[in-house]
Design a protein around this ligand. Structure first.
Ligand code: TXA
Ligand code: MG
Length: 329
């Protein structure tokens, strides 16, 4: 049974009590819903991996109320301190060297010498973290490899019966996951484009190298990675949709498509980002129910938030995780 909690004083207190007791609780942030658990408890963190069916080599982001609390567990470089001062609270995740004495479980960090840390902005998330009195590990609250959730109903679709509770914090304001910036090495490396546009980072912090997105690489031998994948196949940058396709539009819709979800009729990338995952989920569910062949996605400009939107769309269009042993004849 999964409890449904409103994000009022009583709901937040109940959610925090569950997390302190080692349970998994989904909660809203400005980016997407996270599936939270006590980061210092290996048993609690194992509950996250089990609920999501997430491979254990994929590390989790730890969430904190402020930079001081985060930096108690990692060594911040001067650049990390600047990034935190400029972008926290907000949708930026920093990967930094773990402090040896940190009580955060090795499982949360997937045994890496680094840790991803983030300070979310919304009042409900911050109140929850404060009431937990400990770091909260939280990946996106979807089944591993699926589309991230931007509202409580999405979480329940994916994880009802597998987690203790969901704290309904309303629709996620930004709708795209945080930007992940690795500051553990000699040069800053962008591991995942996200809700902070890369140009905004570079304007403030200087040049950032483009790394491979974690989880997108063949991180384990024999694994071909994809992420954010709906059930229906996705076709990109289409100029016309088939009669038996579901159309994901932006701006003026192209011809065709049995059903259409418009990310932003005005072509506004912020609006499009906030509606991307809800749109993909809706087209996927309706499209499958109608027996459609796939989702046809219109071209999205690569500027600003378009970089992260296109990253998620490319992943949605990539083939699913296939162990080589199974793929081989
Ligand atoms: O917006 C977000 O970041 C949301 C909310 C809930 O905070 N969380 C989220 O978590 O998107 P998740 O687990 O879905 O994505 C985190 C990404 C993964 O690709 C993971 O591999 C990477 O961050 N990551 C975590 N720790 C890392 C580390 N130590 N080194 C490199 N990558 C890391
Ligand atoms: Mg995720």
């Amino acid at each position: 049974m999964t409890l449904y909690l409103r994000a009022d004083t009583a709901g937040i207190a109940a959610a925090a009590a569950l997390i302190r007791a080692g349970e998994t609780v989904a909660f809203g942030t400005e980016t997407v819903y996270g599936l939270g658990a006590d980061a210092t408890s290996a048993r609690a963190v194992a509950g996250i991996f089990a609920a999501k069916a997430r491979p254990r080599f994929n590390p989790l982001i730890c969430h904190f109320t402020d930079a001081e609390a985060a930096f108690a567990h990692v060594f911040p470089s001067p650049l990390a301190e600047r990034a935190a001062a400029l972008f926290w609270p907000g949708p930026l995740t920093l990967v930094l060297p773990r402090r040896p004495g940190s009580p955060i479980s090795d499982l949360a960090a997937a045994d890496l010498p680094t840790l991803a840390v983030r300070v979310p902005a919304p009042a409900a998330a911050r109140a929850l973290l404060a009431a937990c009195c400990r770091p909260v590990a939280a990946p996106s609250a979807n089944r591993s490899g699926g589309v991230s959730p931007t509202r409580a109903a999405h979480v329940l679709t994916d994880l009802a019966g597998r987690i203790a509770a969901v704290l309904d914090c309303g629709d996620a304001a930004l709708g795209l996951e945080s930007t992940v910036l690795d500051l553990s090495g000699p040069v800053p490396v962008l591991l995942r484009p996200g809700a902070v546009p890369t140009v905004a980072l570079e304007n403030e912090l200087g040049p950032v190298a483009r790394g491979a997105t974690p989880g997108a690489m063949p991180v384990a031998p024999g694994m071909l990675a994809s992420h954010y994948a709906p059930v229906l196949p996705v076709r990109l940058a289409i100029t016309r949709a088939g009669a038996r396709e579901a159309l994901l539009a932006i701006g003026r819709p192209v011809v065709g498509g049995a059903i259409c979800f418009n990310l932003s009729p005005a072509g506004d990338l912020k609006e499009a980002a906030s509606r991307l995952f809800a749109g993909l989920r809706w087209l996927d569910t309706e499209g499958a129910a109608l027996g459609l062949q796939g989702i046809a996605a219109m071209h999205v400009p690569e500027t600003g938030l378009g970089e992260a939107i296109n990253d998620r769309l490319r992943r949605a269009a990539a083939p699913a995780l296939v162990p080589l042993a199974e793929a081989a004849p």
